[in-house]
Ligand binder design. Structure first.
Ligand code: ADP
Ligand code: ZN
Length: 623
């Protein structure tokens, strides 16, 4: 039978249809054209080069920045019956040469390589004997100095391409959508008239939440309670905090492991493995964790601190819900985070000495602008999904129904007068040649008598106590709204102080009305909790699901692979719903290909049959 992209997708990956964008890119590659695929994390970039690699003669080289990423992908491909190998610096000589031999013998379809490897002699000699039909560049934004993880070694890809006897198809993929990065990728890889495809950035199953708690750790415990027995990542801004949160959680009965660059390689690997294999549900980590971790059943990602940019945030938080199940992404924000990030930007040496001082300044300014966007995000009380998608250049409705703002009980009212009072208070403070942050601003407007307020002499301002009748929560929201809509600017280069923007004038002069949707007064915390805890449920039989998970664990241990490589949670759920009873029905499950059917199918069919013959309990999982 003639193989087609669809038959490969079904036979090896077990999926019935392509997702948005995949087929277009695959067809283009097969017709010999370069491509640039821009898709958010979890959209399914790998399929775009893995499927054509199976259909084209010759070898596909995949360049990938991280060893763990390569190893994972290669393990997953092999488990699906696709011959793939990897070459990287952490390999012992024997397995390195074994991999080279396998490639030479012609049996390998995909070769994963670290960019440093490409120009080595042994690697180049390969290209004399084996025809290379495609070079796929994963995480292609690493090429660009303007991207968030520039890797100079990526520039070697271009040199490597020039060394080849025939130029292969070049396919580049990234989740970073900004125009500068795209231009850089196209130029630096010298893509030939590439088909550029940007798929929707929306991840509908992700619930976006920002909390501004007085006590972050308590807020974290709340999140963990509403995500009991689920797998999650907690990102912290520093190694110290990563350790601290991890030990506190362990002491409080939430077993967790940690991950950051300060740990020994052994501990890092052991902790990562424990998390990937579902032996422990929670991992606290710095941003060193996660690139290339495609564990599909991560149900929540908490940011204990505000990240430095929307790009970084979307990538890290996007590690939740890859299996398409409902998942929660919560950012715990405090103004202190601005100071920490500012400090980090100022300290960053911009690792590249090829930059001129002007370029350095420009980069730093860009970092501050990105940080400012994050402050606006954290201050926003409008639809968070809308905010994110607009940032990535997409039109989106202003109400999504699945974010912290849309789920909050709010009332929309004309807040022009309090807005004027807030803005004029900022103005009065500035008249005295000073600036204050949002906490002090609220204290002044509420007529508080704190020590620092009196020391600064603010009790004599004409705006002192002007909003004493508004609740603190309401007032903080109003200030946040004014920040996120750009009437107030929060200074990222100093101490999170507020200044008026030009836009504020129209409001102060009474030429512009300000509507705000504000949290309903005195809303009980418990009611809010209930709303957030209320996740859509796919209503599978929990008993069967747990049974299948145990089968999966057993098989994974036997094969020495992470559980999700055997089958994803989404695949197990599909089995729970359809309850296949023979091979043919099993092959109709999403994620079950021929090879995996032969390897694992029987064990799952048995478990399902066994479960079906037991007396059923009503587990009561309703939609
Ligand atoms: P990315 O590299 O874009 O972050 P991956 O390639 O890791 O995403 O894919 C994310 C998940 O989606 C994987 O579990 C993958 O198997 C699954 N997936 C990809 N394409 C499809 C498809 N057409 N149908 C169903 N699942 C898919
Ligand atoms: Zn929303």
């Amino acid at each position: 039978m003639q193989q087609t992209p669809h038959s490969i997708l079904k036979e090896y990956f077990g999926y019935d249809s392509f997702r948005e964008g995949q087929e277009t890119l695959i067809r283009q590659i097969l017709s010999g054209g370069d491509v640039l695929g821009i898709m958010p994390t979890g959209a399914g970039k790998s399929i775009c080069y893995q499927v054509p690699a199976m259909l084209m003669p010759g070898l596909t080289i995949v360049v990938s920045p991280l060893i763990s990423l390569m190893q994972d992908q290669v393990a997953a491909l092999r488990d699906a019956g696709i011959p793939a190998v990897c070459l990287h610096s952490n390999q012992d000589q024997a397995s390195y040469f074994a991999a080279l031999d396998a490639v030479r013998s012609g049996g390998v379809r995909l070769l994963y390589a670290a960019p440093e490897r490409l120009l080595t002699e042994s690697f180049l000699s390969l290209t004399d004997t084996v025809a290379i039909t495609m070079v796929a560049v994963d995480e292609a934004h690493c090429l660009s100095q303007w991207g968030q993880d520039f890797r100079p070694s990526y520039l070697r890809i271009t040199e490597f391409l020039a060394e080849l006897p025939r130029r292969p198809v070049v396919a580049a993929f990234t989740a970073t959508a900004t125009q500068t990065v795209r231009d850089d990728i196209r130029r630096l890889l010298d893509l030939h008239d590439p088909t550029e495809l940007v798929t929707g950035f929306d991840r509908r199953n992700l619930r976006w939440i920002v909390e501004r708690p007085a006590k972050k750790y308590d807020a974290l415990l709340q999140i963990l309670r509403r995500n009991k027995n689920k797998s999650g990542i907690i990102y912290c801004i520093s190694r110290r905090l990563t350790d601290e949160v991890c030990s506190k959680l362990c002491a409080d009965g939430f077993p967790a492991v940690r991950y950051h660059a300060g740990l020994s390689a052994e501990e890092r690997t052991a902790n990562q493995e424990a998390f990937l294999r579902d032996e422990v549900q929670i991992i606290t980590a710095t941003n060193a964790f996660g690139m290339g971790i495609d564990k599909s059943n991560v149900s929540f990602v908490v940011h204990y601190n505000m990240p430095k940019s929307m790009e970084a945030y979307y990538q890290e938080a996007g590690r939740a819900g890859r299996d398409g199940m409902p998942a929660e992404c919560t950012l715990l924000y405090s103004p202190q985070d601005i100071r920490t990030n500012t400090f980090l930007i100022e300290q960053s040496d911009l690792e590249n000495d090829r930059l001129t001082p002007e370029q350095r300044n420009l980069l730093r300014q860009r970092d501050f602008d990105r940080l400012h966007t994050m402050v606006q995000y954290c201050s926003s009380t409008d639809c968070l999904r809308h905010f994110i998608l607009r940032y990535f250049g997409e039109n989106a409705p202003t109400h999504c129904g699945n974010c912290g703002s849309c789920l909050a009980e709010t009332e929309t009212l004309d807040a022009t007068v309090p807005a004027q009072k807030i803005l004029s208070c900022v103005f009065r403070v500035a008249q005295r040649g000073r600036h204050c942050g949002s906490r002090m601003l609220c204290d002044i407007l509420q007529g508080k008598e704190t020590k620092s307020l009196k020391e600064a002499g603010y009790q004599t301002l004409s705006t002192y106590g002007l909003l004493g009748d508004v609740s603190r929560l309401q007032l903080e929201h109003m200030v946040n709204i004014l920040i996120s809509r750009g009437y107030l600017r929060m200074d990222t280069s100093q101490y999170a102080t507020l200044t008026l923007s030009a836009k504020a004038n129209a409001v102060l002069r009474g030429q512009e009305q300000v509507m705000m949707s504000l949290p309903v007064r005195d809303l009980k915390q418990t009611r809010r909790e209930q709303r957030l805890a209320n996740m859509p449920d796919y209503g599978v039989d929990e008993g069967l699901f747990q049974k299948l998970r145990r089968v999966r664990e057993r098989l994974a241990a036997k094969e020495f692979v992470p559980a999700y490589i055997v089958f994803s949670d989404a695949t197990l759920r599909d089995m729970c719903n359809k309850r296949p009873s023979d091979e043919e029905e099993m092959l109709a499950i999403s994620g079950v290909g021929k090879y995996k059917m032969d390897k694992y199918g029987e064990a799952f069919l048995e478990a399902i049959a066994e479960y079906g013959s037991q007396p059923q309990e009503d587990t009561g999982t309703a939609m």
